[in-house]
Write a protein that binds this ligand. Structure first.
Ligand code: ADP
Ligand code: ZN
Ligand code: ZN
Length: 662
């Protein structure tokens, strides 16, 4: 009889002991099926202690030792332990969320479904000769030893992906596996095809959360068993144990989708950096607009900066970016005469235009001119968005929806109007103005699922649209060869948003969406409508000068004492009444004697910007320190205390380290 210490998927900072009677040798990393409460659970064996705190007669026997996969390796334990400490998340929760769902469900018989793929290496395709900057980047990474972080900065189309592919090839040649992380939206059939074409005969595993359970288990196992040599995935793939990992690449490293927004709120990019350092690997972060955190590391020399300053295809020049000052302009449907004229020209030439408006729906709000009623969500502190197509008012925060009323619910006035403009309204207006044009809208309403999104991409690539209207979904790394005009409307809103990271995101989005124009043999033009043409953001954008803008922002951050010059964590609480949420945070801020943590600053609890969601009032407390270790020490001491604060039963809280949104 052995004692097995087991991590279970529970929101508890503790492990559980079981007795195991199993003829074969036991090892940490094996999965166990164990009784828990009235049911059973799958857990991960983390240790084989000599004794338990519980007397032997209270230990329950495990039901089964699962040996359908080899034990999870020490590397996996290290990563999960780091994540658990860093994000103050229970070890069991971290470890089990890292497994594909199929491996953590109790089920009796397990099929063995792995058939080793014995693809013969087919003829490799002819490769383009690298330009000098690309060659330099590849050489630098290949020459590195041990842990070596690189930031690959290059505008859209500068050939970053080509560099990744060469580095992956080099890793494969050395008998190693490569892990390529991409943002949610970029994991498309186009990318998959590009990789499979480049590496015919090489087993590639694709990992993302929308895969069916069986497929995800199959891909994960192929990666874990070393059968798949290239692993491409979204943020969750960062946890995949890879026995022969030799390289990590993170494409669009600044992308917010690397941050998990619920459960354990981790940053896959930051965990990947840890993983590379603990496993002594090279890691390449690529972006046209790196996060300020990574850029600062590149400036300080912590990361090696690699730059691609030209577009890879020599004929494809960077698009001209024009600002149209709309202050004293009569806009027709929200579009300036300049933009309209430019669209008209594209239609005549048989080229594509893209109009970027980062607001979906028909209009942000419905309102009564007689009494001032506006369509508010009954559960959230937010307006209900008008969706004219399906005649609904819909809350974009909680999903609550109602039919569009015929008359004002307060005063009965029938003269109620949508105010402002979303993608649907722009689409409708364009359809009226250019009746001959084929218009395609791309946003989270038209592309709800990955399937729909892929179908839309297919249509666009097939040339089935003259004008694309869409949100940031359209901005991400796609190559639309006949696209020569990009118009951006309504961008100013983000300049003065309450979230101080909004301008950084806006710059990245505009740069990315601008990068869609003129990639192939046709020159591109970008028109940005603004009432603030003198904003430095627009100036830097026009000059395609990310470093200049990053320097400006970093200087502002330094002066204001914002990240990356300070380290933050956010404690958030939600409850039916705001007073309870605030009271919890108040109690939390008094838990530890401040004199023990002189370098840690606790702000006053305040209601969140979206102060009510799903009928719960929400408040937050910001914790800040100029030094990461001090912040971590504080959080480690703080967290157990938080668990003992007595609040009303419907109060819930969570801690987020390195919060991205405020
Ligand atoms: P990014 O990832 O920076 O957007 P890509 O790697 O996708 O850039 O390259 C953009 C385009 O240029 C692609 O069509 C790619 O095939 C091509 N390309 C990349 N590198 C070269 C090169 N050295 N010579 C010729 N074409 C290249
Ligand atoms: Zn009214
Ligand atoms: Zn709502």
């Amino acid at each position: 009889m052995a004692i097995a210490r087991v991590a279970l998927d529970l929101p508890l900072h503790r492990l559980f002991d079981y007795l195991v009677e199993d003829g074969e040798p036991l090892e940490p990393g094996l999965r166990l099926r164990v009784p828990f409460g009235r049911g059973e659970k799958i857990g991960i064996l983390v240790a084989l202690p000599d004794s338990s705190e519980l007397p032997p007669e209270q230990l329950k026997p495990a039901l089964e030792v699962l040996r359908d996969t080899p034990p999870l390796p020490p590397e996996f334990f290290r990563l999960c332990e780091f994540a658990s400490n860093y994000y103050q998340a229970p070890q069991g929760e971290v470890m089990l969320q890292a497994l594909p769902p199929g491996l953590k469900k109790p089920r009796a018989a397990r099929r063995r479904q792995l058939k080793p793929k014995t693809g013969k290496p087919a003829a490799a395709p002819a490769l383009p000769a690298l330009n000098p900057e690309q060659a330099q980047a590849v050489a630098a990474v290949c020459a590195s030893q041990g842990y070596a972080p690189f930031l690959l900065h290059g505008v859209t189309g500068s050939g970053k992906t080509e560099v990744y592919l060469r580095l992956i090839a080099a890793a494969l040649e050395q008998g190693r596996q490569a892990l390529l992380l991409v943002p949610e939206i970029n994991l498309t059939p186009q990318l998959e095809a590009r990789i499979r074409n480049r590496f015919p005969g090489v087993a590639v595993a694709m990992l993302h959360s929308e895969l069916a359970e069986a497929a995800r288990e199959r891909e994960w196992k192929a990666a874990f068993l070393g059968e798949a040599r290239i692993v491409v995935g979204t943020r969750l793939a960062v946890f995949t144990p890879l026995p022969e990992l030799g390289l990590i690449v993170i494409d669009e490293e600044h992308d917010p989708s690397y941050k998990q927004q619920d459960g354990m709120r981790y940053s896959a990019r930051d965990l990947a950096i840890y993983r590379a350092s603990s496993s002594r690997l090279p890691i390449v972060l690529g972006s046209a607009t790196p996060s300020l955190e990574s850029w600062a590391h590149a400036q300080s020399g912590r990361y090696t900066l690699l730059r691609l300053q030209e577009r890879a295809v020599t004929a494809a020049r960077l698009p001209t970016i024009r600002l149209v000052d709309t202050r004293r302009m009569n806009l027709d449907g929200g579009l300036s005469p300049q933009l309209l004229e430019a669209i008209r020209k594209r239609l005549e030439a048989g080229e594509q235009s893209l109009i970027f408006l980062n607001r979906r729906g028909y209009a942000p709000v419905l309102s009564c001119t007689a009494c001032g009623w506006v369509s508010r969500c009954s559960r959230c502190a937010a307006n209900m968005v008008v969706h004219l197509k399906d005649q609904r008012l819909r809350c974009h925060h909680c999903g609550f929806e109602v039919r569009i009323p015929r008359a004002c619910p307060t005063c009965g006035n029938q003269d109620i109007h949508p105010f402002g403009r979303g993608t649907q309204r722009l689409e409708a207006w364009l359809a009226e103005t250019f009746p001959q044009a084929r218009i395609l809208r791309v946003d989270r309403d038209s592309a709800k699922s990955r399937k729909q999104w892929e179908a839309l991409l297919e249509q666009i690539h097939g040339g089935a649209a003259d004008i694309l209207v869409g949100t940031q979904m359209l901005a991400k790394g796609h190559d639309f060869p006949r696209l020569t005009l990009v118009g951006a409307v309504g961008a100013d809103a983000a300049l003065f948003a309450a979230d101080w990271r909004a301008p950084e995101r806006l710059f990245a989005q505009l740069m990315q969406v601008a990068g869609r124009a003129g990639r192939a043999d046709l020159p591109g033009e970008v028109i940005i409508q603004t009432e603030y043409p003198d904003q430095p953001l627009y100036g830097a954008l026009q000059a395609h000068d990310y470093p200049r803008y990053a320097a400006t922002l970093l200087e502002q951050r330094r002066q204001a004492g914002f990240p990356p010059y300070t380290f933050q964590a956010m404690l958030r609480a939600e409850a039916p009444h705001m007073a309870d949420a605030i009271a919890f945070l108040q109690a939390a801020s008094g838990l530890l004697p401040p004199e023990h943590y002189p370098d840690v600053l606790l702000y006053d609890p305040v209601p969140m910007r979206l102060s009510r969601l799903w009928s719960l009032e929400r408040a937050q407390l910001l914790v800040e320190s100029p030094a990461r270790p001090q912040l971590q020490a504080f959080l480690s001491a703080w967290r157990p205390g938080l668990e003992s604060i007595k609040g009303p039963s419907r109060l819930r809280w969570h801690l987020e380290v390195d919060p991205l949104e405020f």
